[in-house]
Design a protein around this ligand. Structure first.
Ligand code: 4NP
Length: 581
């Protein structure tokens, strides 16, 4: 293939829009899309099929629409990727963007809106706290917190959220801030359990917890101090027996809906009854009487929005998404597999084969970020670009990944770059033994970039080459450069074992790196800062290693435009074309 041909394929994937349904209000389905190049809020009028883009500059985070208000609240990074944000709102009817309140610049990570006020958790270099900002422009800092914590909902009476509120890195508790009394209460159904994402309905709170062995949904009545398990009218949900929940909430009349997940694929339920959807991953849903709108994708089919008629169970595409024919045809089969790691633990993984490449052939071990994230059967621009460019991709959900229960997720706490790295090495073994791969490269972004560099430094003979995006280089230096939330994050991930920071840092093993290495890094990244990367690069130079580097200007850790995505994906694939084929 010529260079222009290769670029055409990559561009076709990167410029394929994403769609994610957020909810419904005032006659519109509200969704997030980058259809015109930047991540924006959009509305869809289901009666006319008319789509409308509501926001202009890229947005950062967003809240669920509430039926009582036509306003959608969201944040925008006003610092070219440094993630210092302001809070805005837009009316789904007239699309006029307005600043909600002139709050100080901070990293906002967990925001909700009840129609008149927004509550959020915000971090600066000094502290992290719960804030409130109202549509009249007033705002307040309500309560400092000394934990990883996220606001997830607000109503007239309460602000609720969750986090490591007892200081135990392995548990999450709920917080309930009483807006009239100012009382701040930490709630858990059982000490040592994991509570996540409370959602309010009057004085009741719906949340996920694992205290009975599985992640299940519970309702806590705040006023009555009473806990009950969610009991559904229909039995489809119980038969599906999910492992985790992607999302859940209350219908207008107080029933519980959920998108539930098992082995990287999801199903949607209303009051326990399944909403018919295709195999794959649902990222969001909106319920409007007897119609449901869902965003769906798989690893090989880009996101679309479906409408399901609950009376007839008919499924209809309302926003379609098509790849060029040759690109679509190169994306081969997807398989969910499990392999055994060094200690016998079964590691789940997704395998996507390129239909135009023989087996065994050039293959990539793709390592996801997080580490509390996963590769599900869901559209992933980098994986799709790799496969369309002629590589087979194996994406392990190493210990510490979400999607396989709390016990599995906690296995990396106190051990990042330990057992999880060995799982990556065993993924490579599996790819060779199962005759998928001849030459193998490793790549990932963020925590995945970190694992890539650590793999190249600690197991230098195993890889033909590697590409590390937005990597962690040196945990100690990064800790010093981090704001209050990322300091907490590092403390939690390492379970306060400070002595491990150096041993688990890629900079410690830079001398051992043998394979050609490509480093891609956003200039303004404040999660995994560039400064330690520059130190790593000067070591590579001194040591005479083969490497290339691409610093993506004017962008941060979170990719919010298609042009920025191209700055990461294009050098990654051009390097792999050169060194792996
Ligand atoms: P992620 O990046 O994979 O995008 O979540 C990370 C950023 C920071 C840290 C870990 C991963 N940290 O520990 O601070």
């Amino acid at each position: 293939l010529s260079v222009t041909e290769r670029i055409r394929v990559i561009e076709a994937i990167v410029k394929t829009p994403i769609y994610m349904v957020l909810g419904y209000t005032y006659g519109r389905v509200v969704y997030v899309s980058n259809e015109e190049g930047v991540v924006s809020l959009w509305s869809l009028d289901p009666k006319t099929g008319l789509k409308r883009r509501l926001t202009v500059e890229p947005i950062h985070s967003f809240t669920e629409p509430k039926h009582v208000s036509p306003l959608i609240v969201y944040t925008r990074d006003v610092t070219k990727g440094k993630e210092l944000q302001k809070v805005y709102h837009v009316d789904v009817r007239d699309g006029e963007e307005k600043l909600l309140a002139d709050t100080p610049l901070m990293r906002i990570f967990g925001i909700a809106f009840d129609g008149v006020k927004s509550a959020f958790t915000g971090a600066t270099m000094e502290d992290l706290a719960i804030y409130i900002a109202r549509t009249d422009g007033s705002w307040e800092k309500l309560k400092k917190l000394d934990a990883i914590s996220f606001v997830t909902d607000v109503n007239e009476d309460y602000i609720v959220g969750f986090g490591t509120l007892r200081g135990d890195p392995k548990t999450y508790e709920i917080f309930i801030y009483n807006l009239s009394s100012g009382e701040f209460k930490v709630y858990t159904p059982k000490e040592g359990s994991v509570s996540k994402v409370p959602k309010l309905f009057k004085d009741k709170m719906l949340f996920e917890n694992n205290f009975e062995g599985k992640n299940r949904l519970y309702i806590y009545n705040i006023e009555a101090d009473r806990l009950e398990k969610v009991r559904f009218t229909y039995t489809d949900y119980d038969r599906f027996n999910p492992i985790e929940h992607v999302d859940y909430g209350w219908t207008v009349d107080g029933k519980v809906w959920t998108i539930a997940k098992r082995d990287g694929r999801t199903k949607a339920f209303i009051d326990g009854k399944e909403v018919p959807t295709p195999l794959g991953y649902l990222s969001g849903m909106a319920i409007l009487n007897d119609k449901v709108y869902l965003s769906h994708s798989t690893l090989t089919t880009p996101p679309k929005i479906f409408e399901v008629d609950l009376k007839t169970n008919e499924l209809k595409v309302v926003i379609d998404n098509k790849l060029p024919r040759d690109v679509e045809e190169s994306l081969g089969s997807t398989r969910f597999v499990k392999y055994r790691s060094f200690d016998g633990l079964a590691i789940p993984a997704f395998l996507v084969e390129c239909r135009k490449t023989s087996k065994p052939g050039p293959s990539i071990i793709y390592v996801h970020g997080g580490p509390w994230s996963e590769v599900a059967d869901m559209w992933n621009v980098l994986i799709a670009s790799l496969v369309a460019s002629g590589f087979h991709v194996l994406a392990p959900n190493f210990r510490g990944s979400i999607g396989y229960g709390e016990e599995f997720r906690m296995l990396d706490i106190g051990d990042p770059g330990g057992g999880d790295l060995k799982d990556i090495v065993y993924a490579r073994e599996w790819a060779v033994k199962s005759r998928l791969a001849d030459k193998i490269a490793i790549t990932g972004y963020s925590y995945g970039g970190y694992m890539t560099l650590l793999a190249l430094g600690r197991f230098p003979d195993l890889w033909s080459c590697g590409v590390a995006g937005a990597s962690v280089i040196d945990w100690e230096e990064m800790y010093g450069l981090s704001d209050a939330i990322f300091k907490k994050f590092i403390e939690t991930l390492f379970a306060n074992k400070k002595e491990l920071l150096k041993e688990r840092s890629p900079i410690t093993y830079v001398e051992n790196v043998k394979a050609p290495l490509c480093i891609v890094h956003p200039q303004n990244d404040t999660r995994t800062p560039l400064k330690p990367v520059l130190k790593y690069l000067s070591k590579l130079l001194e040591l005479g290693k083969t490497f290339e580097v691409h610093i993506a200007p004017d962008m941060g850790h979170i990719i919010t435009t298609m042009d920025d995505a191209l700055k990461i994906v294009l050098p990654t694939i051009m390097f792999l074309e050169k060194h792996l084929k």
